[in-house]
Ligand binder design. Sequence first.
Ligand SMILES: *Cc1c(COP(=O)(O)O)cnc(C)c1O
Length: 401
Amino acid sequence: MKEDIQDLALFGGAPAFAEPLHVGRPNIGNRERLLQRIEDMLERKWLTNNGPYVREFERRIADLVGARHCIAMCNATVALEIAIRAAGLTGEVIVPAFTFIATAHALQWQEITPVFCDIDPQTHTIDPCRVEQMITPRTTGIIGVHLWGRACDIETLEQIARRRNLALLFDAAHAFGCSYKGRMIGSFGDAEVFSFHATKFLNTFEGGAVVTNNDELAAKMRLMKNFGFAGQDKVIYIGTNGKMSEASAAMGLTGLECLEEFISINYRNYKQYQQELKGLPGIYCMTYDEQEPCNYQYIVLEVEEAEAGIDRDTLLQVLRAENILARRYFFPGCHRMEPYRSYFPHAGLMLPETERLVPRVLLLPTGTSIGPAEISAICAIIRSGLRFRREIRNRVQKRPN
Ligand SMILES: *Cc1c(COP(=O)(O)O)cnc(C)c1O
């Protein structure tokens, strides 16, 4: 434990960890099972194009989330692009500014304008009260993001979408294994999109999927992810190559067998962080509603400088010096990244809650590669960071960068 200021790496002590601790290290299932599947795949010589693993993976996901259709894809960004195109979105689509840039890019990539909407500061998800103010005659849809695996206010968004005749999609990249009012995320709105990227709760190395109850939309997306082919020599849509490979599906199936284990480790980590950071002034550890199934994949702090006496970025430096590679997520907000920053230089004026949150959020390492000893050390360093805030502030100010 770091009791004295000299013990902190920022003041010359050895880093708490010789090897860096990352946010978003992959959850990996049983290796033998994975390697066996890869062997079988090689024997079969069926590596992609709707192979048996992809079909099995799609069935499992659809069953798990209670959706009629699951279409596995190469990643969630392409899955979003396909869902957006298949749902017929054009013109403007309302999205939160506090999300991963892919949510906005999936629209702009097909020349649809993302209109950035503010979030509810309690939930970090799109604020339905603000959505209606953003609707114009050009608006064709809304994309909600179930950030950190916590569902948006789905009911209110569904009401708005129905009343204003808008499509409603959900970027559920964080929310595989999570629920809303007791029903699994995956069958809300017109379609929902999961990511199975390596950093996500369940991974297929790279991967994603669209899930939907809409038969027509599902059929269309199935063709679109395969170049629009409707038969061997027949193309009926603009399509792309959105296919998931068999190796990816093998990884996904292997991960699915270990979901309970991933959740219980994430939950244990979450409870420990809650316990050890409880009562620290200005350090708020985001909570999950434990009544809902959840993947507990993200440990999200909000650092309130006025109370903590240290700002988020300084605390980040303290942790990084110890080889704890905490992360600022969605910083500085989609509206402050190109091309949106140039297109809408004043977007921030409409996004007061996003602007307030973006400099406060800090993600801490969790997942199956982190255990209780590491979490104790991380929390102790955060406590030291607060205790020695004045010295740290002086030190950090004096540093050239
Ligand atoms: C990870 C992520 C994506 C993109 O997923 P990929 O599978 O990496 O393309 C989209 N939206 C959100 C909110 C994400 O976190």
